[in-house]
Design a protein around this ligand. Structure first.
Ligand code: RM4
Ligand code: MN
Ligand code: MN
Length: 398
């Protein structure tokens, strides 16, 4: 494949070298929907297994050096964060974002940091402070926050008071973070609450992040928007405000479906990457954005789904790097919208797979990571080893 004249192999390869994607520990584990959970023999159960699977994905793709962890699921009481960090290093990965979990315990029935009971609010804040401490010990650079807090019925909660509790808690946690840690504030319009959610959209996340402190930014989970929402607009806006901290990548058809990235709307993924690449082009430097995956592979084999996601991310990022910014600007300057759109479509339609295969070969990686993984028999070996040991409590709906 020939690259367009404005892109050199050298610059493309160099930018891809600096494009890392963090995979989540929970993406390797058995997860389900609220209706049930179907176990996979090869899926990971322990944190060691999740780290081993993430390391294997990194070996095939070369661009997933870190793993996001969920405190409650991955660090049960008594676990040693230092031990986890060295186990990760031994496997060839490091611990990425720390995700506190203040939505699962029974005490959070009426919310966590916006619960009207000060004792529960304290408990939730304490869990976040403990998560910061774990983050310090494992060398994590990000505290990633998502709250299930909200109400189910009109009249249930004092919305403005809850807003103040939220701000207060975030400020306290921000103050406890080391200087090299960022706080990522995630938003979601609904689920598990269905009337109002305390951080329902990017604007609220941005306001809370600004109030929390200078190292708090917004986290855009691509599945957390109402239908029809223009996500790339949000991305461009947050970049311009200096408030885009990172992504949780996944795809969706209806709600927070957590499907694999680009499976439903790959052009949207390209448009998101285009806004980033355009801003980087104008700034003359990379933007500091954490690219993370947040998917629930209920039915797809976990590691294959992850490799498919990572390869899809690289492909769409590479396509965005092909956009001819100069010609696009000239087309805009004379309001030539047909040409402007065609320039984006030209880049999007370019088959970058041969170029990526070459790029990977130059790094001694498999040209086609997914095919290579499938041929390796690794998943079958894991299934034989892990399957018989797995306890399969029925994960029913009721
Ligand atoms: C939420 C959100 C969070 C994730 C939880 C499990 O919908 O996406 O990032 O940690 O699900
Ligand atoms: Mn998420
Ligand atoms: Mn989600």
């Amino acid at each position: 494949m020939k690259l367009p004249p404005h892109v050199t192999e050298q610059t493309l390869y160099a930018r891809l070298d600096r494009f890392a994607i963090e995979t989540p520990s929970w993406g390797y584990a058995d997860t389900g929907t609220r209706f049930g959970k179907f176990y996979q023999d090869a899926a990971a159960t322990t944190l060691d297994e999740k780290l081993a699977d993430a390391a294997e994905v990194h070996r095939y793709t070369g661009c997933c050096p870190s793993v996001a962890v969920h405190v409650l699921w991955d660090f049960p009481p008594g676990s040693d964060p230092g031990e986890v960090a060295s186990q990760a290093a031994k496997l060839g990965v490091r611990i990425g974002a720390i995700n506190p979990n203040v939505f699962q315990d029974q005490c959070y029935k009426w919310g966590s940091i916006t619960n009207r009971d000060p004792a529960i609010r304290r408990r939730a804040v304490q869990h976040m402070l403990d998560s910061v401490a774990i983050g310090r010990k494992v060398g994590s650079k990000a505290l990633s926050l998502w709250f299930a807090d909200g109400t189910n019925y009109p009249g249930q909660g004092h919305i403005r008071q809850r807003k103040r509790w939220m701000a207060e808690a975030l400020r306290e946690v921000h103050a406890a973070m080391p200087d090299d840690m960022v706080m990522l504030v995630e938003y979601k319009p609904f689920e598990p609450t269905f009337y109002h959610t305390d951080i329902a959209d990017w604007g609220m996340a941005c306001a809370f992040a600004r109030e929390a402190g200078p190292r708090a930014k917004v986290l855009v989970d691509t599945g957390h928007h109402l239908p029809g929402c223009n996500i790339e607009h949000i991305v461009a806006f947050l970049i311009d405000e200096g408030m885009l901290g990172g992504f949780h990548f996944n795809d969706r058809k209806y709600a927070d479906d957590d499907l694999t990235m680009g499976s439903i709307d790959p052009y949207q993924l390209f448009r998101i990457f285009y806004e980033i690449v355009a801003a980087e082009h104008e700034a003359g430097r990379d933007l500091d954005i954490a690219y993370m995956v947040d998917q629930s592979h209920n039915l797809k084999p976990k590691m294959e789904a992850m490799i498919q996601t990572v390869v899809t991310a690289q492909e769409h990022f590479a396509k965005a790097l092909l956009v001819d910014h100069g010609t696009l600007q000239r087309a805009r300057d004379c309001d030539d919208l047909v040409l402007s759109e065609s320039i984006l479509r030209e880049a999007y339609s370019t088959d970058v797979r041969p170029q990526l295969a070459e790029y990977r070969k130059s790094h001694k990686l498999p040209a086609d990571p997914l095919a290579a993984f499938r041929q390796s028999g690794h998943a079958q070996r894991l299934a034989a080893e892990r399957g018989p040991k797995k306890s399969r409590a029925s994960g029913g709906y009721a």
